[in-house]
Design a protein around this ligand. Structure first.
Ligand code: ZN
Ligand code: ZN
Length: 294
């Protein structure tokens, strides 16, 4: 068994373990399982090619994320290989999208579509653009949007890993990600009480003051709160009354190894339901916390 197979197997077992503890989350985690495992495998395969990314330190420390400093999607990333692998994983986990993704796969395999075309512009593709692209395939815009967000997540995670060492000594005080500019999907409190925000797109993590709202930067104990679920003291949500956003927060003692952040976040989606019922909305829109898109 190769090192890559081992790594994929560990993530697979983490998913099984969470399902064992929380059987109600099985359907959701099983749907995402092929995508999460494929992402793990692709990132391991790409680990050998490392590029250096230029960072303007002054702009960075002024709150300008790397994606605002220059496009992080490069023409020589393995677009075709990633696109075919991601398409297969979506088809396996999301039967609703299977027909649409089959049309897309056909176009990519025949060379009719170059997945890099969706990432040439440094700006996120808007709804109008995705609708236009979907019409050309043809396929449903929802399915194409899902495909694009997973592809973006993989490439940005690779960039975040490549640049982690360069940006580690630089200061970053914002609640959005220094690499890709996205808001966090999760906060992890580590043993020394330090809060680490976990990016919803590129999995980069950075420290942030415990009582400050990452979304609106408001810091007032009277207007921020922690909501607990009775049985689980280690799982809670930070809420801010000013911007009406929430952020799922977990305690992770130092002796525990890191679990894939999206596995952890999906495993806590019962908290998303609870918080959205109370009128709060998530800081980062993810497929599993915006039910209407599933
Ligand atoms: Zn990020
Ligand atoms: Zn806020």
């Amino acid at each position: 068994m190769t090192k890559i197979d081992d790594e994929v197997r560990v993530v697979d077992q983490d998913i099984d373990q969470i399902i064992e503890q929380k059987p109600h989350i099985k359907t959701l985690l099983d749907a995402f399982r092929p995508v999460i495992l494929e992402k793990t495998r692709l990132l391991m395969e790409m680990a050998g090619s490392k590029r250096s990314i230029t960072v303007d330190e002054i702009r960075y420390q002024g709150g300008i994320s790397l994606i605002q400093q220059g496009n992080l999607f490069f023409p020589d990333d393995p677009w075709r290989e990633m696109a075919l692998a991601v398409s297969g994983a979506i088809q396996a986990g999301f039967p609703l999208f299977a027909g649409d993704i089959a049309s897309l796969t056909e176009q990519i395999a025949s060379g009719g579509v170059d997945a890099y075309d969706y990432f040439r512009s440094p700006e996120d593709a808007d709804e109008k653009k995705i609708k236009e692209w979907a019409e050309q395939i043809p396929m449903a815009p929802d399915a194409l949007g899902f495909f694009i967000s997973i592809m973006a997540g993989i490439v940005l995670t690779k960039r975040a890993r490549e640049v982690a060492e360069t940006i580690a000594p630089l200061s970053w005080n914002k609640g959005y990600c220094p690499v890709c500019g996205s808001f966090p999907m999760l906060a992890v409190t580590k043993q020394n009480g330090q809060k680490w925000l976990q990016c919803s797109q590129c999995s980069h993590e950075w420290t942030f003051p415990r009582l400050k709202c990452p979304y609106c930067e408001h810091e007032n104990p009277k207007e921020t709160n922690f909501v607990y679920v009775d049985s689980e003291k280690d799982e809670k949500a930070f809420t801010c009354d000013k911007c009406e956003k929430y952020l799922i927060t977990v305690n992770r003692p130092a002796e525990l190894r890191n679990i894939d952040p999206s596995v952890t976040a999906i495993g806590l989606s019962h908290l998303d339901l609870l918080l959205q019922d109370k009128g709060f909305s998530p800081m980062a829109m993810c497929v599993w916390n915006t039910w209407s898109s599933l």
